[in-house]
Design a protein around this ligand. Structure first.
Ligand SMILES: [Zn+2]
Length: 417
């Protein structure tokens, strides 16, 4: 097949998936949090059935898993590997409906939406100049493109269907998982039945531009501090009232004002007080803890407990409780001598495909951060897109094809391992 027809196939598949609105909804308490994710999962399921995949299963939380069985002869075995991508697109108060299109980019500014006068200006997005003369997927200026993560879904699906139906390429067992609600705290992957994803290592395709590799993410905890005070009428409140709002204030005042998201970058860690509510009787504080370093992460969680205990001692009649939930872990903490081949293979595949690796320490997490915490080392690599979570998100087809070729190359490499 020529390079052009692979790009056409990828673009067509991407447009089919992106036409299904599948924003996750942080305000919902169910998983999945939106109906559109079911719709997309059911479509993928039927496409996998038609292609002849095995062990296809759609869970009651909309986690779709499937297997492309090994075709190796006789006793030959290769490690089982996996790919995990997410069904949802992010809700950043833009239109939930994606109307993507392919343009031939001739250089200069791009009018995304004439009626609304939305332009992608080369002066504001100089990265686009790199793609002059190429075909690019863009938005209509009212929504994200949703290459995060439908480009990942597309590349994995295209590779799987070709393995199942195309000319025989020797490969071991390849497991696929498509999970909902990644964008709202990795809620979907956390419901995955790992018995349906029995792999030695896995990959996510959930990063931006060509060459990006991520094997370092934050360790992340979500903290909730609840304070119950004592209410009283001000006419007889002396020595009686305990104001939970002031107790909350005392707790917050103990944190280092330089150890916040707005004062840190790169691999620097933070404690982010990101919610506070209070009245005369109760108050609650929400905090996010983020640290690439495991020891630093544990120290921060302990520090929060200590601060709460200290402030609680100063207000003995207040009731202060601390709830800390580990949300996800740093991918690299799951790396072992045996599974480090996953990142070695990413770098080797890039060399083969003529791609310069860009190693990133992500100030966030991926589904792989959860899987890695469960013992499945899952590094992340590029989809080829730019400007995730924005109307200016765009995806050059050449880079998209490279992301797809990474999937194929990683599958072939597992056999040679
Ligand atoms: Zn994503």
């Amino acid at each position: 097949m020529t390079a052009k027809s692979i790009q056409d196939a990828l673009a067509e598949r991407f447009l089919r998936y992106s036409a299904i609105s599948s924003q996750s909804d942080a305000s919902s308490t169910t998983v999945p949090t939106s109906e559109g994710q079911w719709k997309l999962a059911r479509l993928l399921k039927s496409e996998l059935e038609e292609a002849g995949a095995e062990a296809i299963h759609l869970s009651d939380t909309c986690v779709l898993t499937a297997k492309v069985p090994s075709n190796l002869p006789g006793n030959a075995v290769a490690p089982a590997i996996g790919f995990c991508t997410h069904l949802d697109t992010v809700d950043v108060n833009l239109s939930p409906d994606v109307k993507a299109r392919v343009i031939e980019y001739g250089g200069g500014d791009v009018c995304l939406n004439e009626a609304n006068d939305v332009w992608m200006r080369e002066s504001e997005h100089p990265e686009i100049a790199r793609y002059k003369g190429e075909r690019i997927l863009v938005t209509d200026g009212t929504s994200v493109l949703g290459a995060d993560d439908k480009a990942g879904v597309t590349s994995v699906m295209e590779a799987a269907v070709r393995l199942l139906q195309g000319p025989t390429v020797p490969h071991g067992d390849v497991y696929l998982s498509f999970v909902p609600d990644e964008e709202i705290g990795l809620r979907g992957v956390r419901t995955m039945d790992l018995a349906r994803f029995p792999v030695e290592y896995a990959f996510t395709l959930d990063s931006c531009e060509l060459g990006e590799v991520v094997e370092s993410t934050f360790n992340a905890a979500s903290v909730r501090i609840d304070i119950v005070g004592v209410s009283a009428h001000p006419m007889n409140s002396k020595g009686n009232m305990v104001n939970p709002i002031l107790v909350a204030h005392d707790i917050i005042a103990q944190f280092d004002r330089r150890e916040t998201p707005e004062c840190t970058e790169g691999r620097e860690s933070y404690i982010w007080v990101n919610a506070i509510e209070g009245n005369q009787t109760t108050a609650h504080i929400g905090i996010a803890v983020r640290d690439h370093d495991r020891a630093g992460y544990e120290e921060k969680k302990q520090r929060i407990r200590d601060i709460a205990a200290r402030v609680s001692q100063a207000h003995p009649r207040a009731k202060v409780t601390v709830d800390i939930e580990d949300v996800y872990g740093n991918i690299e903490d799951a790396k072992t001598e045996a599974n480090s081949v996953a990142t070695d293979n990413i770098v080797k595949a890039m060399a083969q495909l003529g791609i310069e690796p860009i190693h990133l320490s992500m100030r966030g997490g991926t589904d792989g951060s959860w899987l890695s915490r469960q013992g499945i080392f899952t590094p992340n690599f590029f989809t080829g897109a730019h400007n995730f979570h924005s109307v200016f998100e765009f995806l050059p087809l050449n880079a998209f094809e490279k992301s797809f070729e990474m999937v194929n190359t990683l599958i072939r490499q597992a056999v040679q391992q």
